[in-house]
Design a protein around this ligand. Sequence first.
Ligand code: HEM
Length: 144
Amino acid sequence: MTPAEIRLIQTSFAKVFPLKAKFGMMFYTRLFEMDPVIKGMFSTSIARQSEMLMQALALIVRGLRTDGALPPKALEMAARHGRYGVTEQHYQKMGEALIWSLSETLGDAFDASTEAAWRNAYDRLSTTMINAAAGASPGVELTT
Ligand code: HEM
């Protein structure tokens, strides 16, 4: 990722984070509409899950690096997701729900370059999380 992409993500996330309760509710509602089976994977309330998701995203967004490496806490979280039964298809759906929620929340501020930066970051994040869950060397192939 380029420094410019990282800046776009951090600046746009700073606008979304204060609205985290509303944003999280919107995001999970969209995700469960896209795939109702996913809803049954959660035992935690959506309000609490939203808070955990937004705190995890905050940690990841704050720690974004040009070499794509993730903070150790995020890698541990990724490994747990393997145990929750989360697959590549789930990550794809989550990515679409995330981009949709960002677009709804940010409106015109979610311009083409901001969207491209988020898509790039999410692709890298989900690939790293999938690899970490599979026990591969996370992040190693993501150093470009
Ligand atoms: C950017 C990607 C993601 C982030 C940052 C994230 C964040 C989190 C966090 C912070 C937790 C709390 C528990 C823990 O830390 O282990 C969690 C739990 C969970 N996540 Fe994710 N998650 C992501 C992707 C996904 C995807 C794609 C799915 C499936 C559609 C998913 C399903 C779950 C489930 C089933 C739990 C356990 C909930 C429960 O026990 O009630 N996550 N996630």
